[in-house]
Design a protein around this ligand. Sequence first.
Ligand code: ADP
Ligand code: MG
Length: 291
Amino acid sequence: ATPVAIMVGNGIGAKSGILFKNATALENAGKTKIVALDKTGTITSGKPQITDVFTTSDTSKENLLNIAFSLESKSEHPLAKAVIAYCEENNCEKSDVTEFSAVIGNGLLGKIQDKIYYAGNARYISEKINVDEKSLSLSKELAAQGKTPVFVSDENMLLGIIAIADVIKDESAYAIKELEDMGINVVMITGDNENTARAIGKIAGVDNVIAGVLPQGKERVIGDLSQKGNTLMVGDGINDAPALTKADIGVAIGAGTDIAIDAADIVLMKSNLKDVPAAINLSKKVLQNIH
Ligand code: ADP
Ligand code: MG
C-alpha cells in the first residue's frame, strides 16, 4: 500500500477506535484466514457472577463461602472478583491466609488456621483429593449451562462447588457470523473447561473450541494454527500476551490489560468484537481501493 493509503486507513480506523500500531498490521490484517478468540473478556463480558453455591459433606454454606472469600481475596482473576463481590454483598466472613499460592490456569491454595485449602477447577482439585461421582456430574451439569464450576476443598475432602457465569457480549455472535461469512475460520481458545467452553461456543456460534489450555499452551496453539494460515488472535488478559505476540496479528480488545496492549499489533478501544471484521475489511480496502 502507498503511504497515503496507510495514512487514510489509519485515520478511518482511529475514528472508530481501531488503532493500528504499525503499517504492517494495517497491510496484513486483510490476509487473515483464521481468527482465534479468547473466551473470558473477549467473547464474554469478563465480569462473571456467582449463580449457585452447593455444599457437599456437612460443610455449611457460611464455612464454604468464608474459605472461598479468604482465598479469592488474594487473587486478581475475573472468577476471584465474582467471589469477592458476592461475599462482600452477603457479608461473608474473611479469615487470614498464609502460604498463599496461585497455580496459573488451575486455581489457588492457602493456609487458614493450620489447614490447607484449595479452590480451582475439577482437574486441579482432583489432583488433591478424591472427588465423588455425584459432584463430578453436578459440575458437568453446571458446565453444560455455560457456567464455570469452582471446586473448594481442604486436604481431605470437597467442601462444595461454586458456579460462576459470565454473559456473552451482545455483539459477539453477530461478529463471529460476519467473520465466517467472510470465509474466515473462527476458533475459541480458553483455559476454562471443555464443557463450559462448548456451551458458550454454542451460544456464540463457534464450533471450533480448544479448551483447558494453560497460558503457555495458548502460544503453542497459535503457532500450530499459523502453520495452517494467517492467524489473527484476539485477547484481553495478561495470560494472552505470549499468544498475541506469536500470532501473525495480535489484537488487544477493550480496556484489556496493559500487557496485552503492549503485545498487540492492533488495539480495539471499544471492546466490541464487531471491530475485528471491521479491521480486516479496512485493511483489505487499504490494499485494494485507496490510492
Ligand atoms: P481463561 O482462558 O478463560 O482466561 P484462565 O487460564 O485464566 O482462563 O483460567 C483457567 C481456569 O483455571 C479457570 O476457568 C478456573 O477453572 C481456574 N482458575 C484460575 N484462576 C482461578 C481462581 N482464582 N479461582 C478459581 N479458579 C481459578
Ligand atoms: Mg481472558
